[in-house]
Write a new protein. Structure first.
Length: 340
């Protein structure tokens, strides 16, 4: 039987690297963490990396890629890959790469992402192409607005123009006007294996965003008087357990997204992914984003989530589930099935 000792698991030291590397070690792999030289401390302290390769900046990833190739390393992509290397450049990765690279382009472009979700039959917030048609609360998202800093809400065309003119959007002020869904944010974590052909629901989270998640601590009058503007800078994640009767719908949504991804890229979407949206009081789940790779919302579950505990009688993080998929693939001589 082919042996996993001929391979290593590697990733960039940020985002979900701790659980990816810990999960890989739990499955018996040797691990490599590529760190920015001033940020290696956690990866040393938690002992998840057998080897640390230091670089000045993640942007310089390609300078050390040959070292990974020489060691037969399999790269696990996460949020920092697209954020620092870029979806287009990710396509140039020559080292073995877990998951379909092409799908990362679909998730990182708002128009392509929406087309995918709509084609899959997923309920998405309405988009207003013309501000004059605004007839309900909307969220205006400027492209490239990191951490949702430039977003604003409006309720009518007049309010839109007033806020738009006040706002220095930069980047040519290109934006999208999305229906604002009043409800609770729910981020659903999935795993789809091409080896077992099965979709698993791994868990749920909501984000902990600054300052959106603390504005409720200030009286509405003070918010207006002091001129507080809402921002959505991600700082952490909060675990969630979903009302059980919503689960059948969650499975169904994930299956539709996987199925329709097969029309987008060769091999389609597989491995971990996440649907990000809001559930309204009528229990409609509006999805406004998909992440086609591991999300940081799985980080609270390094020891497994309530859902993975039901299925696996051992701690099963999403990071470990990835390593198990790779291990199965190697042992069954089907590695090419999980690389892309
Ligand atoms: P970082 O390496 O922390 O700069 O993160 C890379 C990308 O992943 C950024 O675009 C972040 O917005 C996103 N990200 C990082 N951490 C989290 C988190 N805990 N939850 C959701 N998104 C995150
Ligand atoms: P995003 O940059 O798209 O991840 O959104 C930043 C924040 O705005 C997240 O906390 C979302 O929950 C919230 N958000 C984004 N789009 C909508 C929407 N259409 N309705 C309600 N909340 C939204």
């Amino acid at each position: 039987m082919p042996d996993i000792r001929g391979y290593k698991i590697a990733t960039l030291g940020s985002h979900t690297a701790l659980q990816i590397l810990k999960g890989a070690k739990d499955e018996g792999f040797s691990t490599i963490c590529v760190c920015e030289k001033n940020n290696s401390r956690p990866y040393e302290s938690y002992g998840v990396a057998d080897q640390i390769i230091k670089i000045d900046s993640f942007k310089n990833y390609f300078d050390i890629e040959q070292e990974l190739i020489d060691q037969n390393a399999i790269i696990i992509p996460h949020g920092s890959f697209v954020a620092y290397i870029g979806a287009k450049k990710v396509m140039d990765i020559k080292a073995m790469h877990y998951g379909t690279k092409g799908i990362l382009e679909w998730e990182s472009d708002r128009k392509m992402e929406r087309k995918w979700l709509i084609d899959a039959g997923v309920r998405c917030p309405k988009i207003f192409n013309n501000p004059d048609e605004i007839d309900r609360p909307v969220i205006v998202k400027f492209h490239g607005a990191r951490g949702g800093k430039g977003y604003f809400l409006a309720n009518s065309p007049q309010e839109f123009y007033q806020r738009y003119n006040e706002y220095d959007g930069g980047e040519g002020k290109s934006f999208v006007i999305q229906e604002y869904i009043v409800g609770v944010p729910i981020y659903s974590h999935y795993f789809y294996s091409r080896l077992t052909g099965e979709l698993e629901v791994m868990g749920f989270d909501k984000r902990y965003e600054s300052n959106a998640d603390s504005i409720g601590r200030v009286a509405a009058k003070d918010q207006v008087d002091v001129g507080i503007r809402t921002t959505y800078t991600i700082t952490g994640n909060v675990p969630i357990v979903l009302r059980e009767s919503l689960l059948p719908g969650i499975f169904n949504l994930g299956e539709k997204v996987v199925e329709s991804s097969k029309n987008l890229v060769d091999k389609g979407l597989f491995g971990p992914f996440c649907l990000e949206g809001v559930i309204d009081p009528d229990l409609h789940y509006y999805v406004f984003e998909i992440s086609a790779r591991i999300v940081a919302g799985t980080n609270p579950y390094i020891h497994g989530s309530p859902y993975t505990w039901l299925r696996y009688d051992e701690p099963m993080s999403t990071g470990r589930r990835i390593a198990r998929d790779i291990k199965m693939a190697i042992e069954q001589n089907k590695l090419e099935k999980v690389l892309g």
